[in-house]
Design a protein around this ligand. Sequence first.
Ligand SMILES: Cc1cc2nc3c(=O)[nH]c(=O)nc-3n(C[C@H](O)[C@H](O)[C@H](O)COP(=O)(O)OP(=O)(O)OC[C@H]3O[C@@H](n4cnc5c(N)ncnc54)[C@H](O)[C@@H]3O)c2cc1C
Length: 681
Amino acid sequence: MSVRQKIKIIGGGFAGVKCALTLRKKLKREEADIILYNSENYLVFQPLLAEVVGASISPEPVAVPLRQMLPGIYCRTEEISKINVEYNYVEYLDDRGRKGQMSYDHLVIACGSSVNLGQIPGMADHAFPLKTVGDAVALRYHVMQQMENAEIAEDIYRRRWHLSFVIVGGGFSGVEVAGEINDLVRSTRKFYRNIRKEEIKVTLIHSRDQLLPEVSSKLRDFTRKKMEHAGINVVLNRRVSHVTQVGVSFDDGVTIDGATIVCTVGNATAPVIQRLDAPKERGRLLTDPDMRVQGHQNVWAVGDCALINNSYDNTQSPPTGQFAERQGRQTALNIARVINGKETKPFYFRPLGQLCAIGGHNAVAEFLGFHISGFLAWFLWRSVYLFKLPSFSHQLKVGFDWAWEIFYSRDLAHPKANVTDRVGKSHFQPGDYVFREGDPSNNFYIIESGEVEVVKNADKKDEKVLAILGAGDFFGEMALLDHRSRTSAIRARTELEVTVMGKKIFEQISSVLTPFKDFLADAVKRRSGSMWQKLPVVYEILQNQPLSVFIQPVDGTLSTNDTFETAVRELCTKELEFCCVTDGSNKIKGILTQTDIFRAVELSVALNTRVSDFMTPSPIVVTETDLSTIVAATMRDHDLKWVPVVDNLDNLYVKGFIRRDKMITFVLDKFHEHHEETQVS
Ligand SMILES: Cc1cc2nc3c(=O)[nH]c(=O)nc-3n(C[C@H](O)[C@H](O)[C@H](O)COP(=O)(O)OP(=O)(O)OC[C@H]3O[C@@H](n4cnc5c(N)ncnc54)[C@H](O)[C@@H]3O)c2cc1C
């Protein structure tokens, strides 16, 4: 072997991390360059998430930083969007939202599974998942908030609703989180004056006849009895049919109300695997016995995202952390074998056992053939997970939290993770960029005052201004709706004030408010694709015409100090469509149209009201030096019949105006001339 091998790992969970560590041990740096991609810059220690919910430990220790854990591995916090197994490369979006590619000699897919709450109607809207550190923190805050709400609720039914917690799914995570929530709310009740013990209700719902299908029947019985003894209402053999804001319902119409619903069922395939054309069963990648994805020599799959046969007992590996780690390790050994020209080995693992905490300092454990339950199992559970934490500092933090809990009660305070409201205002100076081509799309903008230009290839030789937008216009919607990066830049032409709406708020409003949705759809239709692509002849004609060809003097001008009466006389007697409103020095301040007059009449303004009080201020204007094509595009984009022309955007002295029909007539005449010339020749 001579060439340095490029090994890429997608996923920094149990499987990916173990694989990376083992590869680094087995292959020298000059033999292999190892890159690990993960969506976050830390490994989530999922088995301890329920403890975060129950305030037994703080959130920090369950997020283990990858860079510190993986010396010698190049870690990239990046979401892989596509895998191309034909040409051996992965695709990602870089920090600016642009596509990037990296090739590989060996690829390890270890992206775990994602959550799909969409299988049960209403679940996605009203239930909490438990997969990430953020999920655990949000749930813990919500639980504590329900205690606070119950304390001040005057209505008894409302108080009970706040104190009712429903957990759907009786597997490991459901049982653990039900136990933790039960412990948290019951142990902290003493600090609340108005909450009575019998008002607290924690319900665990499972679709089968026993909890924890992974452990022996004796331990399952023990689990149910202990949980019921601790006050948990265990509902077996029932499937939730839908979820509302009030609670969960079953097929027969029976409901269980609760302000907190936690969903621990509904695993889904990670999006990058959904897009991969490879054999799968129930969304998990099918592998050969040595963990290569079926049909591929250099693509491997491990952990929850893969369906791997365990040659120890010829059964399919379950989606657990224990198996994920072993698969990661053995895949690394197999890759090293391939690189060194040796035979690979099938996955072989004798499971050590199962451990599950069930609340109230109780756990169930099957360990090397022994069955243990109660406090001893709980102690074992804590010891195992403490030593499984990948760094000493994290072990220390968790150990300290657990010791603290023995002497003091759980912490009730939970700082709100609210972020500042994302609707804000921004100011830009002329020439500033609001965003550039290729930037990621985060915001939607509404212009309050000033003008911007939409620019392609900004600051380059072939820079092209596509359109001008003014007060009341909006931009940024196309990239947000299509989930892509910006396709053109927005540059301030004048001093600019914009209202900025964050992506989430924009998405929420545009998905529920039908008029806004329709309005956006119209704008997208109008704005998508360059109008000149459809009208190349018109572009050619206009491109060669200076704007001066179309400028005509304004018919009527009013001053900001003129009165409503003067304005009516000016517009009506001269039968004008509009008047420019200027200050004493001919600087444009606004525009007055017939519509403004009618609106003022409707508002019953007095005859001596000043024009500045009912004109349209800061209208869109173009300058003498603008290109005819840009002016035409701007008028089309805003459906303008005319637009004022000023000397420049600093002075804003009125030089005349341009009528749309005059431009159209000019283009038609030129078109005919051109047509006749070609026929004669
Ligand atoms: C609440 C809870 C409790 C659990 N308790 C236990 C327990 O007690 N015992 C046990 O053995 N197991 C337990 N499990 C299961 C165990 O955590 C999983 O089986 C294990 O984490 C799987 O490891 P993995 O490496 O396959 O995936 P994960 O640990 O899920 O890691 C996958 C990583 O890949 C990243 N990723 C995904 N897609 C991309 C992409 N396109 N680009 C870049 N990165 C990507 C993700 O961000 C994630 O960091 C529990 C799980 C949960 C949710």
